[in-house]
Design a binder for this molecule. Structure first.
Ligand code: GDP
Length: 842
């Protein structure tokens, strides 16, 4: 531009010379344009071409050499007209874009504070640049007057690159467009004013008054140069922000530090709510921590604590059960305690005589002396021994009830009576019962039943029990043993006295003078009476009119009946009563607590209901072997890993138990709660759940009810077929050295419907894929009665006559094993794939 130095400025500064005329254009638009007097040589270049603009700029520079300035002015007029069209279009697009930017900004409002900081700096910078640019512009205008037309055309960046001069001119003339390329730099008020002034000058030159008559801020800001424009709303918002800032000094809205109450789990949205932060920000923070969660997912308290700290708030951990604090936990003083009757559960193998025994005891002891009493089955009853001791028997024999109660947190039973038939032997359920009693740490009394029978051999029972670490008194142990007969009633008084003696040893006490606490033995919805529950009072005295919460239900004691069907007004410790007045049916094992008000009762019940729902939702992530070990290690008190083992044969079960018991270091010890032979049953799952143990299946599988029960309760079942794998797993976990693990994924199950002999192939199983898919390349196991009898690969997988790679669930197929022929109708084929995964205990 130095070549233009010293030249007299023409063009824009000489705009005062222009006259105005309305012009009609071919597309039906009419424009008011700047014109001068007509002269003869009229060369009108095609409007809108780039070369015209370039030529124009060039021509402007050469203006001095052109004798006739009219051409120049005409061209400029046309360019102006065209420029406005372009501008209008650009503005429309710009406004569209601005609207979008607005939306984006709203989304990013959370970052507004931080951004404002940045903006302030940018504004300063922008202002400086603005100044410099304006100065350069003025200078350019002075020095290169001929460049004015080019400037007025507001060339789009694409237009100008072809001509360096035009680029320069455009750069100087369009400060607004420079700024607009930045991500939303809000100009300060000063800047707006500066722009305003600069814009006024420019627009005057460019004959803009006809466009709107009124100068708007957005025009002022962008100078109408076709650069990016802002919406009025955005502009106003920015000015408002700046005004507020100016008024309040530079102090930002002060951050309010909140005390955030944090329960054991919390929904992300609720956490955000309690911090008064945006949920999206909380989700973002969680993502930064590597947790991909949505607003509606729950996170644990530890994670939530990190988030709360990150947001600068204070954590106030509240126990999840705070709402339950109203349940008075009265510390009973020794002086308040009075002896209470023991609560007895009868357990043993099926048909060993549990029910007969319970009935016999009841008949012999209840009816006598209690004239007129109609025995009622309410789930428990009380008897008085000849010695005057009162005993409470739970009427539901068997360990299913026992473990389900225990799993629900009700420790009801004080003494277990183990019934073993003298004409039979120690049976699988006998062993289970022993293990259940041991796991619950409840003392046992052995009732050797059916001694009236000729083939009875009580001593065999005693020696059998030795194998299971039950050493009865007759074998110089400390477990009482009594020979009885439920049929003849022989030995029953002795059995009851033995129980009374055991109870004495246990020194069972309770304070009857306090709000009652009890456990539900049975509950059902009675058509006539509504929900009814048999409650065994454990502490305090339950009175008519008491308000209580029981599990997820609550109620007010409307009426109570004892085991003889008599109406009673109150029930003390160890007394079973049938309670009326519940608002819903609780479950066996639910704990009943008397509270002060109905509101409290309702609140606790609702809270528990919600908590139970959450728990059910979280069951997928329940106890796994790794977690249990981690927990065992983290928690000094739980230095024991309980497991339940089921195996295909006695030998392997025993080998596993031995191996497991050898494992152990200072931190973790393995305790086999129960082991047995055969499929994993619901009973195993129940025991595992009650003790928080995983179930190990060695060459056996869980049957269908056990599988669904395990899924429901979140009990882990691990299958192994090599003892060393199991030992290694547990060992590695215990010592914290977990390497990559080969995990088996069961991908399908197929049932063998028919077996065909095919010459050249051997035995082919005609199967129905019952679950998942069958895959030719996968590993297969042959299960007979849930026991693994073969493991290998497939020789063939056929659908109709074709060899296929996969067969879907519900379809029939033919399968033959590699090197294995003993397949039978009814067998199940398990299809699995192995996957190597990295484990960690943390
Ligand atoms: P549960 O399955 O353990 O409850 O056993 P039950 O009480 O139903 O008894 C199973 C069978 O054994 C019934 O037929 C009873 O009559 C019989 N039974 C129970 N106790 C005795 C007993 O002491 N002597 C004899 N001879 N039979 C008995």
């Amino acid at each position: 531009m130095s070549d233009t130095d010293g030249k007299k400025p023409l063009g824009l500064s000489g705009g005062a010379l222009s006259g105005r005329v309305n012009q009609s254009f071919s597309r039906g638009r009419s424009k008011s344009v700047v014109v001068e007097t007509k002269r003869k040589r009229v060369v009108v270049p095609k409007p809108g071409t780039q070369s015209a603009a370039a030529q124009n700029a060039e021509g402007g520079k050469r203006e001095k050499s052109v004798p006739d300035a009219e051409l120049e002015r005409r061209l400029r007029a046309l360019q102006n007209a065209k420029a406005r069209e372009v501008e209008d279009e650009q503005r429309r697009q710009q406004e569209e874009k601005d609207r979008e930017d607005e939306r984006a900004r709203r989304r990013a409002e959370a970052e507004a504070k931080e951004r404002e900081e940045r903006e302030r700096e940018e504004n300063l910078r922008a202002k400086e640049e603005e100044e410099t640019r304006r100065r350069a512009e003025d200078e350019a205008r002075r020095k290169a007057p001929a460049a004015a037309p080019a400037r007025a055309t507001a060339p789009s960046p694409k237009d100008v690159v072809s001509d360096p001069a035009a680029v320069e001119a455009a750069a100087a003339a369009t400060p607004g467009s420079r700024g607009a390329n930045k991500p939303l730099p809000p100009p300060t008020r000063r800047k707006a004013e500066d722009d305003d002034r600069a814009g006024r000058a420019r627009t005057a030159e460019r004959d803009s008054e006809r466009r709107s008559g009124k100068l708007t801020v957005s025009q002022a800001l962008t100078g109408g140069e076709g650069g990016r424009q802002r919406s009025m709303a955005a502009m106003k918002r920015k000015q408002e922000r700046q005004r507020q800032k100016a008024m309040g000094g530079m102090v930002d809205r002060e951050k309010v530090v909140r005390d955030v109450q944090l329960p054991e789990t919390i929904l992300v949205s609720e956490l955000a709510n309690r911090m008064a932060e945006r949920a999206a920000d909380v989700v973002k923070s969680l993502m930064k921590m590597g947790m991909m969660v949505t607003q509606n997912q729950a996170i644990d308290a530890d994670t939530a604590e990190l988030i709360i700290e990150e947001f600068g708030h204070r954590v106030q951990r509240v126990s999840d059960a705070d709402v339950e604090d109203v349940i008075v936990s009265v510390t009973d003083h020794a002086g308040d305690l009075q002896p209470r009757p023991p609560v007895i559960t009868i357990m043993g193998h099926v048909d060993h005589g549990k029910t007969s025994l319970l009935d016999r005891i009841r008949k012999a002891n209840v009816v006598s002396g209690e004239a007129g009493g109609i025995t009622q089955h309410i789930g428990a009853y009380q008897v008085t021994t000849e010695g005057g001791a009162v005993l409470t028997f739970l009427d539901t024999p068997g360990h299913a009830a026992f473990t389900s109660m225990r799993a629900r947190g009700a420790h009801v039973t004080d003494i277990v009576v183990l019934v073993v038939a003298a004409d039979d032997a120690v049976m699988p359920q006998t062993i289970e019962a022993i293990n259940h009693a041991k796991a619950a740490k409840v003392p046992m009394i052995v009732a050797i039943n059916k001694v009236d029978k000729y083939e009875a051999n009580p001593d065999k029972v005693r020696t059998d029990l030795l194998q299971h670490e039950v050493v009865v008194e007759k074998m110089s142990g400390d477990v009482q043993d009594v020979e009885v007969s439920a049929v003849t009633g022989q030995g029953l008084p002795e059995l009851l006295e033995a129980i009374a003696l055991q109870a004495e040893i246990l020194e069972l006490n309770a304070n009857p003078d306090r709000p009652a606490e009890g456990a539900v033995i049975e509950a059902q919805l009675d058509v006539g009476r509504g929900p009814v529950a048999t409650v065994l009072v454990q502490k305090g005295t339950l009175k008519q009119g008491d308000i209580f919460v029981v599990g997820e239900q609550w109620g007010k004691v409307r009426a109570m009946e004892n085991d003889r069907g008599e109406r009673i007004k109150e029930a003390g410790p160890s007394v079973p009563v049938e309670v009326l007045g519940l608002n819903g049916t609780p479950e066996a094992g639910d704990v009943l607590n008397v509270v002060a008000t109905e509101a409290q009762a309702r609140e606790i019940a609702e809270y528990r209901h919600q908590a139970a729902k959450d728990k059910r939702a979280a069951v997928g992530a329940a106890t796994t072997l790794d977690q249990l070990l981690a927990k065992a290690k983290a928690d000094k008190n739980v230095a024991e890993l309980p497991i339940v083992v089921k195996a295909d044969v006695q030998g392997s079960a025993e080998a596993i138990v031995q191996a497991m018991e050898k494992i152990g270091n200072d931190e973790v010890r393995v305790r086999v709660l129960h082991y047995g032979v055969g499929a994993i049953t619901e009973s195993d799952i129940g025991l595992a759940e009650a003790s928080g143990a995983p179930v190990i299946g060695f060459n056996v599988r869980a049957n269908a009810p056990a599988r669904s029960s395990a899924n429901q309760k979140g009990v882990e079942i691990r299958y192994y077929s090599v003892i060393y794998d199991l030992v290694d797993d547990v060992k590695a976990a215990a010592s914290g050295l977990l390497g990559a693990e080969i995990r088996e994924n069961f991908i399908g199950y197929a049932q063998i419907r028919e077996v065909f002999k095919v010459s050249g192939v051997g035995n082919v199983a005609g199967c129905l894929v019952t679950e998942g898919i069958a895959r030719r390349s996968a590993g297969v196991r042959l299960l007979r009665d849930d026991v693994v009898i073969h493991e290998g690969t497939l020789k063939t997988l056929k659908r109709f006559k074709d060899e296929v790679k996969e067969v879907q669930s519900g379809q029939e197929c033919g399968m033959a094993f590699e090197n294995y022929e003993d397949i039978r109708k009814g067998d199940v084929i398990e299809i699995f794939e192995r996957e190597e995964i990295e484990r960690s205990l943390s």
